[in-house]
Design a protein around this ligand. Sequence first.
Ligand code: GDP
Ligand code: CA
Length: 324
Amino acid sequence: MRIVVLAGGIGGARFLQGVRAWDQNAEITAVVNTADDVTLHGLRICTDLDSVMYTLGGGHDEERGWGRTGETWAVKDELAEYGAEPTWFGLGDKDIATHLVRTRMLDAGYPLSAVTDALCDRWKPGVRLLPMTDDRVETHVVLAEELEGAGVRRRAVHFQEWWVRYRASLKADRFVQVGIEDAKPAPGVLEAIAAADLILFAPSNPVVSIDTILGVPGIRAGLAAASAKVVGVSPIIGGAPVRGMAEKCLPVVGVEVSASGVGAHYGARAYGGLLDGWLVDETDAGTVLFGADVRAVPLWMTDPETTARTMVSEAAAIGGIGRE
Ligand code: GDP
Ligand code: CA
C-alpha cells in the first residue's frame, strides 16, 4: 500500500501520525511545503519539514505545538542582548543544532531532499519525508499599508515575518511565491504520486501550505493524472480553523473560511479540480462539492489512533483501499 500525503507543518504532522497509525505496513510518502522556509542569523530553517520530522520522530513539544521537547533558549536570549535582529523568531537551542547541520550540508552543495534524508536518519519518522522541491521558494506577503490621506504603500515581507512577528495583523494584499515558476518537484515526488494507491491532502493551511505545493510546476498535473483517488481533509471546522490562523490567509485569496469554501477552492477532479473525496467535520455535514464524495466525520485530531480510526479509514474507504 502506497500512500502520499501533501502536508504543511502542524496540521500535516498530526495527520501523518494518524496515517502511520492506520497502517504500519503502508509505504507513506509526505510531500512537505517548503515555502515557509527562511534564512535567519545565517541558518536555513525549514519550519514545516521540522514540524513533521520532530513530531513523527517523537521529539516535538506537544503543548507548544512546534519545536523540540525540553527546549532551552540561551542562544535566542544572547542574540537579543546583542540587539541582533530578528528577535521575534523562536529559535530554540536544540532546534538550532538541526539548522546548523542543515545549513552546513546545503552550503556543501547537498540538495534539501538529501539533507532531509540525513536528518531523518536520526529521527526515523517512519514516513518518507520529501520537500516539495529542492529549489528555493519563499512565500512573501505584499502588505497594503494605508497612509493617512496619501493612498496606499505596498511592501513585501517574508511570510514568517507577517505570521510570527505581526501575528497576521497587518493587512495583506496578496501572497507571492518567489521562485515557484522555476522550481522543480524534488526527486521522487512525481514518482510517488504516480505510483500511489491513495493520495491525501492533510488538513493543512490551504493557502500557504497546500497551494504552494500544488504551485510547483508538474505537481498539479501529476495529481490530475494519478490513478489513485485524491481525498482532502478540511482544516476548517464550523467556519474556523482548528489551530492556527488560516482564517487570515483564505480571504486574501478570495476563499470563504468554511469547509465548503476550501473544498470548492481545491475543486472536484470530475470538474477539472483535484479532489475525488472531501472530508468535513460532523458540524459541517451537508457540505456539497459537486462531483466529489463528501463525507462528514469527526475531524478533531486528538491522538493518532482516533485520527486513524475516524479520518484516515474514511478517506481510505473513499479511495477504495483497505489495510494490508
Ligand atoms: P503550519 O504549517 O504549522 O501552519 O501547519 P499546517 O499548514 O500543516 O496546518 C495548519 C492548519 O491545520 C490550520 O489551518 C488548522 O486549521 C489545521 N488543523 C490543526 N489541527 C487540526 C485538527 O485537529 N483538525 C483539523 N481538521 N484541522 C486541524
Ligand atoms: Ca507552515
